[in-house]
Design a protein around this ligand. Sequence first.
Ligand code: FDA
Length: 391
Amino acid sequence: MEQVDLLILGAGAAGLFCAGSALRQGRRVLVLDHARDPGEKIRISGGGRCNFTNLATAPDRFLSQNPRFAASALSRYSPGDFLRLVDRAGISWHEKTQGQLFCDGKATQITRMLLDRMEGAELRMQTAPQQVRHDGTGFLVDTLAGTIRAAQLVVATGGKSIPKIGATGLAYDIATQFGLRLIDTRAGLVPLTFAEQELALCRPLAGVPVEAEIRHGGGRFRDALLFTHRGLSGPAILQISSFWQPGETLQVDLAPGRDIAADLKAARAQSGRISVASALGRALPARLAAAICEEMGLGQARLADQPNTRLDAIGARVNRWQVRPVGTEGYRTAEVTLGGIDTRDLDARTLQARNVPGLYFIGECVDVTGWLGGYNFQWAWASADAAGRAA
Ligand code: FDA
């Protein structure tokens, strides 16, 4: 039977990084993955440029039942540590906004760097683990090509998002099998979908972006919102989607920092002959301004003809838009999976299962989910490094 010191399931961000951190003289490290190529999510991340970390990384940028759990690993492997690897590999990068670091070139450079870093470990693709057992002395993992015995096992098979490129719930199954608890999973960083009433507004505006501020459930984000054929998307919506639960109503400010009712009253005093839509178009994209006026039955009505109550209503519609999504686009398009392996059953320093020595869970399968903006990769690197050093 084939024997290794450390077997890592999953050749994504966390698994590849863990292999590199775990390499020590003479140690046999094997990484298994059922996909054809390693790092598929890295390849498609950040619009193909991989937002590989965020300089503002801190535990409060992550959602978890235990918000302090991630602090230990994050403090021991920082964005600066990862950036040093990127610089040493000669990969050029830029800061886009809010501490988000992206490659100048293709995201696959990051995968190449991770593969170079784990030179000495073996990577075996297109190999699916069939069954995982523990026989009292080590882990036994059956594959179609035979059984592998490993002294230690790291599970890095990610979450459920984007099944089309290989996501499965394997990590949750292994966790359950070994008695670890799970926090219910749901799609995060995902577009929101709406009922016909809101779609009547969204559909004709599909593709129109607007700067918005959305507060909900402890989250507050000011960023671009994008109308789509199915509802709303864009960074502000993806961020708030992780804080939203079915049945809840969101309050959206479509003109943050501006008091639209006051602006319209001032405009009426100065140039009342213009249409409400034109006046509103000074603060919003023209198509959105026109659609809101249409929806409120104003058509091309003149600003001068509108009483204060009407302008207040338009202001409320823009600054305090109440919308109730009917759902999300789900795992099909979600960037991450919220919930997962309950952190109460993992050691925060090593990511080892408290009651199963030698078994580790890292990356997205753990109940630690970052905001949009490079935080999820930073968690993958940090949790992988913690486990890789300990295992
Ligand atoms: P990951 O999903 O990377 O890897 C899991 C691996 O396990 C895969 O290789 C998979 O094939 C394998 N696997 C799964 N089931 C298996 C099974 N049953 N048997 C064998 N192998 C199995 N984050 C960020 O910080 N910045 C960004 O720019 C982006 N952009 C982005 C875009 C898109 C479209 C998505 C979907 C996601 C992002 N993310 C992101 C999130 C980021 O990609 C994600 O958090 C990390 O890839 C998680 O790393 P893991 O290694 O935990 O899982």
